[in-house]
Structures are given as structure tokens and as C-alpha cells.
Design a protein around this ligand. Structure first.
Ligand code: IPM
Ligand code: MG
Length: 360
């Protein structure tokens, strides 16, 4: 009997990159003696096309009865896709938010690491990239602005829109604990990012994080305002180990952090609840403009699959092998277009999957 994995291939480049991740997982399975049973689940535009909604209750149940969810990406081109003619609640992204909430995936881990081999793709000045960096963004994923009450009203011909940013101390405490726990397995540094000079929610965030820090005397805690953090990420990214932050700040900072690694196509992520269950997806989007052309970079999804083995299935050895295979393929100078530089061999999506599988 294999491990039950729900698979959301999704939209755009999703199906292509997920196919490569499965290829690599199955190769690792043969080598390390495990089996994965995949059940395809529809979400996003793919679900809208079939069911008229971006995520069905049935899909949620399938995900819940699995050990983990492996996901590609969802969404289409907002200008041209008919999905974006629908009310916001029925658009592809609403499916992603719904599954995060339904599965209580409050902790989103987004590692951003500069591969030695990709230094040429790093957009930062050489004197900065030379120091390298290795950080993990711990983003709160089921609270804040994303899930607060919102409305748009009109009075006397004037439209007003409201989004609510609310956190209670329990929501802050549980993500802070995850942040400190993971810092203990890394360089024991937490940088908690907020906007405490303006927002009440940030002032509560800061005080709860300080309470949690008392249980981790071996971990250094620093607070940083989010605007300063955005600047520090390009000025001196090497200073960061774990960045602990709320939902919206984490969304923005993780895109920035991924870009300084050279390409958003390299960044994996894990979204976890209190148990071993998790949803694993690349941090990037569905890139509809390059879908179906065999040019997307599958590495972020393959690295997400490795995180799945590590965090949900306790298959650390196989996870190490996949991460090692990715490093090796870069050392062997194979690159998809997004990370290609002079002197490297350009490969397509499928070829990249094959090359990594061969090195597992
Ligand atoms: C992400 C994405 C999502 C988010 C979108 C697609 C709703 O940008 O996972 O970072 O904002 O959380
Ligand atoms: Mg985002």
C-alpha cells in the first residue's frame, strides 16, 4: 500500500510541472522503497470548467483523507480568461484560499536559498551575492487581510471598499512557535517582521512573539518593520535565517526573496497544519503565457515534492536525494530558460525532469 497523495495539477504550467515532480518522486520511490498513490483533485480554473466552482466539498474531502497534497499552480490570465468574469468568490484563487482554510494550513514555509551555481542569475550586485544567503520565510497563511471581512459599498455615489486585518493571539502564537521550532534546526535566528509603528495587529504580533521567544532562550529574536525588511532583502539578504511574518507581508516578501535567488521558478513551499499533513506547491504562479510549451522550470515543484517527503512522510533520505539531484543538475550546467546563462545547456521542462530523476 502506497502513501495516499492528493494531486492538484491546476492551471497554466501546473500540469507540466506536476508531471515532472511525480516522475522524480516515483524514481525516488523505486530507489528508496516507497510507493505513492496519487488521486487527482480539481482546483482553480480546471475545477471551474467542470464544476462551476474553484473547489468542491468533495475535493476537500479527498485532500483531507490523504497524507499530503502536491500542487502545481492555479489561475489564468486575468485580462483574457473567462474565469475572471466571475465574481471574486468563484475565481481560481478563491479555491486556493478555501483549501488553505479548510485544511487549517496556517504555517507556510518558503525557503529562499542562493545556489552557488545560480549566482549569475542573481539580480543583486556581485559584492552582495558573493556572500550567498539561505533564509526561510515562515508566513502565516490562514489569517489577516486574506480572511478578514471585506465589502464594497456605495453611498451618495461614492464607492468605499473595506478589508479587515485581524489576528488573535492564538493565531500569532502557533505560527511563532513553528517559526522558533524551525529556527532551532537552522541558524537559531528569528526576524519577526511587522508594521508595529502603525498597526495594532502588528503591536499584538510583536508582544506575542516576545512571549513565545521566552521559551527559546537559545534562539535570537529581532523585530523588523516590513518596509525596512523589503529593503534589507536586497541590501543584505545574508543576514536572514527565519523571517516570521503575517499573511500579506509574507506574500509580498516571499516574491521578493525568491527573485533574488535568481528565479521565482526555484522556490518551493510547504503549507502545514498542527499535524504532519501538508500542502506542497511552488511559490510561483501558473504562468499562463508559457503554458504547454515545455519551457517552464519544474524545479520549484520538484523541491516542493522533496519537502513533502520530509515533512509529511518522514522520508528524509529520499528528500535529501532529490535536493541533491537538483544541485547536481545545476552543477552539470543544465538550465531552463528562466535561469539560463552563457555556457549552460538549455533544457525544456520534461528534459529537466528526466535529468533530475537520473541523478536521484
Ligand atoms: C501565493 C499566491 C497566492 C497568495 C494567490 C494566488 C492568492 O500569490 O501563494 O503567494 O496571495 O497567497
Ligand atoms: Mg504570492
Amino acid at each position: 500500500m502506497g502513501h495516499k497523495i492528493a494531486v492538484i495539477s491546476g492551471d497554466g504550467i501546473g500540469p507540466e510541472i506536476v508531471a515532472e515532480a511525480k516522475k522524480v518522486l516515483d524514481t525516488a520511490g523505486k530507489k528508496y522503497g516507497f510507493e505513492l498513490d496519487y488521486t487527482e483533485v480539481l482546483m482553480g480554473g480546471a475545477s471551474i470548467d467542470v464544476h462551476g466552482v474553484p473547489l468542491t466539498e468533495e475535493a476537500i474531502e479527498t485532500a483531507k483523507s490523504s497524507e499530503a497534497v502536491l500542487m502545481g499552480s492555479i489561475g489564468g490570465d486575468a485580462k483574457t480568461s473567462p474565469w475572471y468574469q466571475l465574481p471574486a468568490k468563484l475565481r481560481p484563487e478563491a479555491g486556493l484560499l478555501k483549501i488553505r482554510k479548510a485544511l487549517n494550513l496556517f504555517a507556510n514555509l518558503r525557503p529562499a536559498y542562493l545556489y552557488e551555481e545560480l549566482r549569475a542569475a542573481c539580480p543583486l550586485k556581485e559584492e552582495i551575492s558573493a556572500a550567498g544567503f539561505d533564509m526561510l520565510i515562515m508566513r502565516e497563511l490562514t489569517g489577516g487581510l486574506y480572511f478578514g471581512a471585506r465589502s464594497t459599498t456605495e453611498k451618495d455615489g461614492v464607492r468605499t471598499a473595506v478589508d479587515t486585518l485581524s489576528y488573535n493571539e492564538n493565531e500569532i502564537r502557533r505560527i511563532a512557535i513553528k517559526g522558533f521550532d524551525i529556527a532551532r534546526k537552522r541558524r537559531r535566528k528569528v526576524c519577526s517582521v511587522d508594521k508595529a509603528n502603525v498597526l495594532d495587529s502588528s503591536r499584538l504580533w510583536r508582544s506575542v512573539v516576545e512571549e513565545v521567544a521566552k521559551d527559546y532562550p537559545d534562539v535570537t529574536l529581532e523585530h523588523m518593520l516590513v518596509d525596512n525588511c523589503a529593503m534589507q532583502l536586497v541590501r543584505d539578504p545574508a543576514q536572514f535565517d527565519v523571517i516570521l511574518t503575517e499573511n500579506m507581508f509574507g506574500d509580498i516578501l516571499s516574491d521578493e526573496a525568491s527573485m533574488v535567488t535568481g528565479s521565482i521558478g526555484m522556490l518551493s513551499s510547504a503549507s502545514l497544519n498542527e499535524t504532519k499533513f501538508g500542502l506542497y506547491e511552488p511559490s510561483h504562479g501558473s504562468a499562463p503565457d508559457i503554458a504547454g510549451q515545455n519551457i517552464a522550470n519544474p524545479i520549484a515543484t520538484i523541491l516542493s515534492a522533496a519537502m513533502m517527503l520530509r515533512y509529511s512522510l518522514d522520508l528524509d533520505e529520499a528528500a535529501d536525494a532529490i535536493e541533491g539531484a537538483v544541485k547536481q543538475v545545476l552543477a552539470d550546467n543544465y538550465r531552463t530558460g528562466d535561469i539560463w546563462s552563457e555556457g549552460c545547456t538549455k533544457t525544456g521542462t520534461r528534459e529537466m525532469g528526466d535529468l533530475i530523476a537520473q541523478r536521484v
